[in-house]
Design a protein around this ligand. Structure first.
Ligand SMILES: [Zn+2]
Length: 468
């Protein structure tokens, strides 16, 4: 059995690992790089050299986030015709997210190609079209939690809850080698925070001897969830008093629903005044509908709300913004108002024009609630090194206050990661730290060693490991 780390190796996006076993070639995740637009585009334009798409037998998807799923249509375009195993919720979310990815690419390319044509260069093609997404959707095999499935002789797949976003899974692969030796490989995908709102907690599958573990926040401890509501309340009281705006850049899937949940709770408890809350993203609207449909994935607290007649993701004053014209019109309205808009790292999407219109006013607040990759506008806002930031081609004075709530992260912190590892490590001999910036995967590998792992490694891109 051989594992080759093709993506998310010493970086936080582009999750892709190749497992070769029992005569089959299996991709664990097939994600796109995200981050600074130009660099990400260059990296995503080709599949890793190790991959001949026609020779990949299966893809197994931990969850629908684009940095885990977004390269699948390109794989199909390059000739992949195998099955894609994922939970049913992931299949539904991929359908909307990958189509959105096509739209974002078209929009970004318009800008890039205008420049290339001016420079006399050949225009770039999009990575894939909606027809590739259509073809991919035919290959999905919705797979339930806790139902072992023999996907090939000697290869058994089972999904467990990862508690990260709707449909997110821990991937367990049982591999029986030709020589009669067996391995159990456990891949964390992205691990949710313990006790996060809405979704059930991650699980601790037993018996793995090889583990691949994400490291996004191996360097920090998030503040407690109680703090999130207190701080959100503080910001909302502030914008009510100042008649100003609270802009929250948020990923459409996962983070947006968490924010809705917290705002709903604050309002229901009478802790904040009702203010207009605009969810400015068609993708967020579609994703929220999918969240509302799969109540079987909800945790006890969300179920209690639901059973008491409260939809945890809807409240008075909240509205979805559909067209770009409606989105632009928000710039002319007076506060108080909350605008939750994509993209989460502020690299594109409607949030950028809201930021451009708002950051010059010191009464406004920008609230960062998710991971901001290096080189992104979101990271520049968080670091706040300069007085101005470049947005949509212009230097804009940064007067608004920028706050960060890390507890809203959909990723486990150091304590969560190690809690999970301690719960699954019984037989683990080899552990691989992936999905983190270079210092964080290194830190994760050190932590795994401290917690008793005999061989903990932070692999580099393209590195392979063979197991008898
Ligand atoms: Zn994720």
């Amino acid at each position: 059995m051989k594992i080759t780390f093709l993506g998310a190796a010493r970086t936080t996006t582009g999750s892709m690992h190749l497992v070769e076993a029992c005569g089959k070639r299996i991709l664990l995740d097939c994600g796109l790089y995200q981050g600074h637009r130009k660099e990400a585009f260059e990296k995503n334009r080709r599949l890793p050299v190790e991959i001949d798409a026609r020779k990949i037998d299966y893809a197994i998807l931990s969850h629908a986030h684009i940095d885990h799923s977004g390269n699948l249509p390109q794989l199909v375009k390059a000739g992949f015709r195998g099955k894609v195993f994922a939970r049913a919720q992931t299949c539904e979310l991929c359908d909307i997210m990958l189509r959105d990815s096509c739209y974002l690419q078209r929009r970004d390319l318009e800008y890039v190609n205008k420049k290339r044509r001016r420079e006399g260069k050949k225009p770039f093609e999009p990575l894939y079209e909606e027809s590739d997404v259509d073809a991919l959707m035919q290959l999905f095999v919705p797979t339930h939690l806790h139902e072992p499935r023999e996907i090939a002789p000697g290869l058994t797949l089972e999904f467990f809850n990862a508690g990260h976003i709707l449909g997110s899974a821990l991937v367990q692969l049982d591999i029986r080698s030709d020589r009669g030796r067996s391995h159990r490989l456990l891949f964390s995908g992205d691990l949710g925070q313990p006790n996060q709102p809405i979704l059930k907690h991650y699980e601790y599958p037993q018996g793995a001897d090889i583990a691949i573990i994400e490291s996004t926040y191996s360097d920090r401890l998030h503040p407690s969830a109680e703090d999130v509501e207190g701080r959100l309340k503080g910001y909302i009281d502030d914008i009510v008093q100042q008649r100003s705006k609270l802009i929250i850049p948020a990923f459409s899937v996962g983070r947006t629903q968490q924010i809705l949940y917290y705002l709903n709770r604050l309002l229901a408890a009478g802790r904040i005044r009702q203010v207009p809350v605009y969810i400015d993203s068609p993708l967020s609207q579609k994703a929220t509908k999918i969240y509302e449909k799969h109540t079987g994935c909800y945790n006890d607290e969300a179920m209690r709300l639901l059973n008491s007649g409260v939809n945890p993701l809807t409240f008075p004053g909240m509205q979805f913004v559909e067209t770009p014209q409606q989105s632009m019109a928000l710039n002319d309205l007076r506060g108080p108002m909350v605008i939750v808009a994509a993209s989460g790292m502020c690299e594109g999407g409607r949030v950028v024009h809201h930021l451009k219109a708002s950051v010059g006013d010191p009464r406004n607040i920008v609230l960062i609630v998710g991971f901001q990759a290096e080189g992104t506008l979101g990271r520049r806002l968080v670091e706040h090194k300069d007085d101005t930031v470049k947005m949509l081609g212009d230097e804009v004075k940064l007067e608004a206050r920028v706050h960060t709530i890390n507890a809203l992260s959909a990723h486990a912190d150091k304590a969560g990661l190690m809690d999970w590892y301690d719960g699954v490590k019984g037989r683990v001999k080899h552990a691989f730290a992936v999905h983190g910036e270079p210092d964080r995967v290194k830190m994760m590998a050190d932590l795994l060693s401290e917690h008793g792992c005999a061989r903990a490694v932070a692999p580099v891109e393209g590195q392979s490991f063979t197991f008898d």
